[in-house]
Design a protein around this ligand. Structure first.
Ligand code: BJW
Ligand code: ZN
Length: 245
C-alpha cells in the first residue's frame, strides 16, 4: 500500500498528533456506521425516535432496548488493525484520540489518551440524579423492541445510556480537552467521520486555524474534505497500519 508521500513526511515530523475518529473507524470491526447509504443505523432505525431526549421522554423502553442491543454488539467485536496501529503509534508519539464513537475499541486496543465527545455506551447513569450506575444491563436472550430500563438505587429514577443525544450538550471536560488537544497538535488525522455532526465537525477547522496539518482518511468524500490539506481515500484498517509501521 502506497502512503501519500506528503503524509509520511508530516507524520514523521509531527511532535503532537490527534486522531479524530468517527463510526468508520469501527466499521471494519463489524459495527455499523450511522449514515452508510445501505447499512447505516439511520437507514434502519429512526434517529429522531432513538437518539434524542424527546425520544427517551416519550418511550424510554424503546430507547433502552436499542441501546442494550448496541451495548451487546460492542461486546461482540474486537479492535481492528486501525485501532491497533493507532495504539502502537501512541507508544512512541505524543498522541491523543478524540472520538465521537461510544464504543471502547480504542481503549481495548491499548490507546491510553482517549477523549469521548459523545459519551460511552457502557457508562450508564440515572436520568434524574445523574449518579453513575455501575451494573451491567441484563441482556435479553434475543433482541426485543422494548425493555424496561432499570431504576436508580438512590432515587428510583430511570437509568439511561451515558451517550450524547441530539440537542444535548457535549460533556464539558471532553469538549475543553478536545479543543485544547487539536489546538496544540501539529497533525490532526480525521478518520471515518462524515463531518456532519457539530460541534465535533468543527474541530478540524479549529485545528487548521491553530496551525495543524489536517489529513482525512476516508474512502468517501465528506464535509471535511474541502478544508483538509490532504484526503486519503482508504479505509481505516488498511491505511493506518501502512502509515504507522
Ligand atoms: C469509513 C469506513 C472505513 C465507512 N474506514 N472510514 C445545524 C447546523 C449545525 C448544528 C446543528 C444544526 N441542527 C442541529 C444541530 C446540532 C446537532 C447537529 O450537528 N446536527 C447535524 C445532524 C446537523 N448537534 C447536536 O445536537 C450536538 N449537540 C449540540 O450541538 O449541543 C448544543 C445544542 C444544545 C441544544 C440545542 C442545540 C444545540 C450533539 C450531537 C450528538 C450526536 N449523537 C450521535 C449519537 C450518539 C449516541 C449513539 O451512538 O447512539 O453521535 S448521532 C451520530 O452521529 C453519533 C456519531 O458520533 C455522530 C457522527 O457520525 P459519524 O461518526 O461521522 O458517522 P457517519 O455514519 O456519519 O459517517 C461514517 C463515515 O465513515 C463516512 O464518511 C464513511 O465514508 C466512513 N467510513 N467505512 C474509514 N472502513
Ligand atoms: Zn438517581
Amino acid at each position: 500500500m502506497e502512503v501519500p508521500r506528503a503524509l509520511v513526511q508530516v507524520a514523521q515530523r509531527a511532535r503532537r498528533v490527534v486522531v479524530l475518529t468517527g463510526a468508520g473507524m469501527s466499521a471494519e470491526s463489524g459495527l455499523s456506521t450511522f449514515r452508510d447509504p445501505e447499512n447505516g443505523l439511520w437507514q434502519r432505525f429512526s434517529a429522531q425516535h432513538l437518539a434524542s431526549a424527546a425520544a427517551w421522554d416519550e418511550d424510554p423502553a424503546l430507547v433502552w432496548a436499542w441501546y442494550v442491543w448496541r451495548f451487546e454488539c460492542v461486546g461482540e467485536v474486537q479492535p481492528n488493525a486501525g485501532h491497533d496501529a493507532i495504539a502502537r503509534w501512541s507508544e512512541r508519539t505524543d498522541l491523543a484520540v478524540v472520538t465521537q464513537n461510544v464504543d471502547n475499541l480504542h481503549e481495548r486496543a491499548g490507546t491510553r489518551s482517549v477523549v469521548h465527545l459523545h459519551g460511552s455506551i457502557s457508562a450508564f447513569r440515572c436520568s434524574a440524579c445523574e449518579r453513575p450506575h455501575a451494573e451491567t444491563p441484563v441482556l435479553p436472550d434475543e433482541p426485543v423492541e422494548r425493555l424496561a430500563p432499570p431504576r436508580c438505587a438512590t432515587c428510583a429514577g430511570l437509568i439511561r445510556p451515558g451517550v450524547v443525544w441530539f440537542g444535548e450538550t457535549l460533556p464539558d471536560r471532553a469538549w475543553v480537552d478536545a479543543v485544547a488537544k487539536v489546538s496544540e497538535a501539529d497533525l490532526v488525522l480525521v478518520v471515518g467521520t462524515s463531518g456532519i455532526v457539530y460541534p465535533a465537525a468543527g474541530l478540524p477547522a479549529i485545528a487548521r486555524s491553530e496551525g495543524a496539518v489536517v489529513v482525512e482518511i476516508n474512502p468517501q468524500t465528506t464535509d471535511i474534505s474541502d478544508m483538509a490539506d490532504l484526503s486519503w481515500r482508504e479505509t481505516a484498517a488498511r491505511a493506518l497500519p501502512a502509515l504507522v509501521d
